[in-house]
Ligand binder design. Sequence first.
Ligand code: PGI
Length: 453
Amino acid sequence: MSQTPVFPEGFLWGAATAAHQIEGSPLADGAGPSIWTRFAHTPGMMLNGDTGDVACDHYNRWREDVKLMRELGLTAYRFSVSWSRILPEGTGRVNPKGVDFYSRLVDALLENGIEPLLTLYHWDLPAALDDRGGWLNRDIADWFAEYAGVMYRALDGRVKKWVTLNEPWVVTDGGYLHGALAPGHRSRFEAPIASHNLMRAHGAAVKAYRELGKHEIGLVVNIEPKYPASDSAEDQAATRRAHAYMNEQYLHPALLGHYPPELKEIFGEAWPDWPAEDFELIKQKLDFVGINYYTRNVTRAAESYPLNAAMVKQPLGTYTETGWEVFPQGLADLLLWFKRTYGDLPVYITENGAAFFDPPTADVDPRTGARRVRDPLRIDYLRKHIGAVYDAIQAGVDVRGYMLWSLLDNLEWSLGYSKRFGMIHVNYATQERTPKDSARWYAEVIRTHGRKL
Ligand SMILES: OC[C@@H]1[C@@H](O)[C@H](O)[C@@H](O)c2[nH]c(CCc3ccccc3)c[n+]21
């Protein structure tokens, strides 16, 4: 970073969460089960048998959590809505108590000067729709647009920044190709179909927004810069495949109206010839794109399924608890790639953060009783990545905000509660919240608008 950073006027400083990871009470007040309620209660799927039944009990403690956001000075908060709280069967009957929960949360955010950024789908598909084929059924584009319409009518105006999907790549790669995430399928043939229907659903929801909404809507993707391990032709080709598979597979159809050619090469006979009209639905004008950045990937050719590529661990790299290399330069490189490839569309960093070891309980000062959680590695990670965002802005990328992952320690999907990403510590035995040192540091960054990085 060349000078004391000052971020653009109106830059949003926030934090991000997702419904199933923090709320708990998955079946309260008429909510229907999601595929994650089912997956978590399927023996062997979750580390330590952890489930989202309680999580951070945010469904009951949301007032306290909004108060904590205000105390930190957040100007935005990214959260997701649980589809099966709103439509217990996925379509048809609306559950008013489900809508009320999010309506009250949004009002509390607005009362505290915090802009809501609402994600319609963060992986928790209603189980009733999975029973009807879920993301493998082309009808899901209509089911998702119906659900989106219920939320637009209920909240548009109070919510002015909408996100259709969180990370279609993870939904497909984790849920349909490798099976590590709900609904736990392992099929080279299902993955492209799920991917394509996710993008059709995205398009249908954006189209519905243009008829019902008056503000902004976008897509959130997880992307990682891929660097070749050597300049050998094999490593370069493997890197090209890995880049297309993660970074272009969703942004290309959404923004350019076609898939990168490498996908046919990767999936071969499992890659269908899609109908041209599907791309007219998928390629809807977006107001912004959300980028979730965590790490980079040094890539070499390898025998692997389906990419024939593998990640190369860096000997001098620092790694987080989830095994991801700390590489802030990758965020700046990625933002410049985005601008070069897709133009000047506004971008939000909708997730960035790290899991480092934090203790299950906070330290308590014997004299004052004050609780504290020291997390210097997380502060170092955040400082460097927010610095990379500043550098990209200076280089001309239109970044409008930064949402730290995550507000709270929470359910890290099939890794359960073993990984702590929060800037606020959660004692899961007592549900006690303790802002970590990184939260206090971030509050200063926000107060000084980025000067005190
Ligand atoms: O893993 C930390 C967070 C999750 O808790 C969020 O729900 C999810 O949006 C999210 N995406 C990523 C990057 C993509 C990824 C997800 C899961 C596993 C590996 C990579 C990291 N995270």
